[in-house]
Design a protein around this ligand. Structure first.
Ligand code: SF4
Length: 460
């Protein structure tokens, strides 16, 4: 009982978070930057921050994650990090030769007030940025927001630096991806290819954080959105932004900068959200939905129909990132399951509104909380008071699952103790089939384990 000290009695807390359901802003900025081809993320702060961000990503993706740091010492913490950053930009281009350096700040550089925009400009003016190379930046003070905020801020930085309008529209659509796995980005490209639509997907971490083992180390793997593609986003005829928390701000910036109209929809996780994604794509590109996609949808509906009795009425606790939790909650409702507790460490009023809309008919009494005090401690207390049949969330949920003996589905970020998430998608109809398979396996394994000898069934 590793969490045996968690009390059942719930007390109001204002200034204390225990086991947060989020991580720090720069991790999101780093992940978004890794989705650009030839990009070296750079952490403007101390070595310890950068080491943490890199190791969090490496442990989740099981891939080497390259990133540089301004390596603040006591002196730079007091007098500012300009000299360190300019030296770093010079060193990185000289030694590691990336196309882009994507700088994000940290708590420390934000607290001392470094003007990173000005420092990057000084580096350009001083000739530290070679011809054809780029330095972009975003601010990621981690004492506010979460890794999702940092991801969103880096997307805004990408738009600010690269998107350009030539005045001539291209027959292409932007897909601004929220935080999903490399496998999910690959699946989105698979779907648009089936529909015959030309898209610019950004960021795109497929072939970077799921790069194959070839025996040859590529410092900059072949994947990622290229600079010409990013520049052309300003000429696209439409943008689909997937996930309000991670992508809506970037889509708005692109619209105001280059007049590219947009629609923000949920990440295509589950049946209903994927339906909306396919319809939005079909409308934006003015193409019909091919039979291959309709048939895939039919297979998903077939599993739901066949196995509905195993899903029915099962109580579920979920935690994680809002853009994933919103469509996931909707999927659980579509399955006739009961999402009773939903927690996200990322703030934003829209989360509560969207979840309550989804649960209005089936689960009006569900407990929903997001923001600073929405943590795993509170989720555990809710579960202790009224248990659930399934927990869905990142690896940190395993402690609650073990203590309370509840089946646990790992979804979200980070997953530190399993593999598969970066190779097998959870978006689209095929991704939803995978989620269903995993839920069913957990529930049926539990039924087998708990059955008496007389009711232990060969065919379930
Ligand atoms: S929370 Fe702040 S100090 Fe901690 S690792 Fe993140 S950026 Fe660094």
């Amino acid at each position: 009982m590793l969490l045996r000290h968690t009390p059942k009695e719930i007390k109001e807390r204002k200034a204390l978070t225990v086991n947060p359901a989020k991580t720090c802003q720069p991790i999101g900025a780093m992940y978004a930057a890794l989705g650009i081809h030839g990009c070296m993320p750079h952490s403007h702060g101390s070595q310890g921050c950068c080491a943490y961000h890199r190791s969090a990503l490496t442990r989740h993706y099981k891939e080497p994650v390259m990133a540089a740091t301004s390596s603040f010492t006591e002196g730079s913490s007091v007098f500012g990090g300009q000299a360190n950053l300019i030296q770093a930009i010079n060193n990185i281009f000289t030694i590691y030769n990336p196309d882009i350096i994507a700088v994000h700040t940290t708590c420390l550089s934000e607290t001392i007030g470094d003007d990173v925009n000005q420092i990057c400009q000084k580096a350009r003016d001083d000739g530290k940025v070679p011809e054809g190379k780029h330095v972009i930046h975003c601010n990621t003070p981690s004492y506010v927001g979460s890794h999702i905020t940092g991801y969103s801020n880096m997307l805004k930085g990408i738009i600010k630096y690269f998107s350009k309008s030539t005045g001539v529209k291209k027959d292409q659509i932007n897909i601004i991806s929220g935080w999903i796995e490399p496998s999910d980005m690959r699946e989105i490209k698979n779907i648009v290819n089936q529909m015959g639509i030309k898209v610019v997907l950004f960021p795109d971490t497929s072939d970077i954080l799921d790069a194959p083992q070839t025996g040859v180390h590529a410092f900059y793997p072949k994947g990622g959105t290229t600079i010409p593609e990013l520049t052309s986003t300003g000429d696209s005829k439409f943008s689909l932004a997937l996930g309000e928390f991670a992508t809506d701000a970037a889509a708005k910036d692109l619209d105001s900068k280059c007049k590219v109209k947009f629609k923000t929809i949920d990440l295509p996780i589950g049946l209903s959200a994927t339906d909306r994604f396919i319809v939005a794509l079909s409308n934006a590109a003015d193409v019909d939905v091919p039979s291959s996609i309709t048939e895939e949808r039919g297979r998903l509906v077939d599993i739901i129909t066949d196995m509905q009795q195993y899903f029915y009425n099962k109580r579920v606790a979920l935690f994680g990132d809002p853009d994933q939790l919103i469509p996931l909650t909707e999927l659980l409702v579509d399955l006739d399951m009961k999402p009773v507790y939903i927690v996200s460490g990322t703030s934003g009023k829209v989360f509560d509104r969207r979840i309550k809309e989804i649960l209005a008919e089936s689960m009006p009494d569900a407990k929903v909380k997001n923001g600073a005090n929405a943590d795993l401690f509170l989720l555990h207390q809710w579960i202790k008071n009224d248990p659930v049949d399934l927990i869905i969330g990142n690896t940190y949920g395993k402690y609650i699952a073990r203590d309370e003996d509840i089946p646990f589905l790992r979804m979200g970020f980070p997953i530190l103790d399993r593999v598969g998430h970066s190779y097998f998608p959870t978006v689209g109809y095929s991704g939803a089939m995978r989620i269903l398979e995993k839920i069913l396996n957990l529930l049926m394994d539990r039924q087998d384990r708990d059955s008496s000898e007389e009711s232990f069934e060969l065919v379930m």
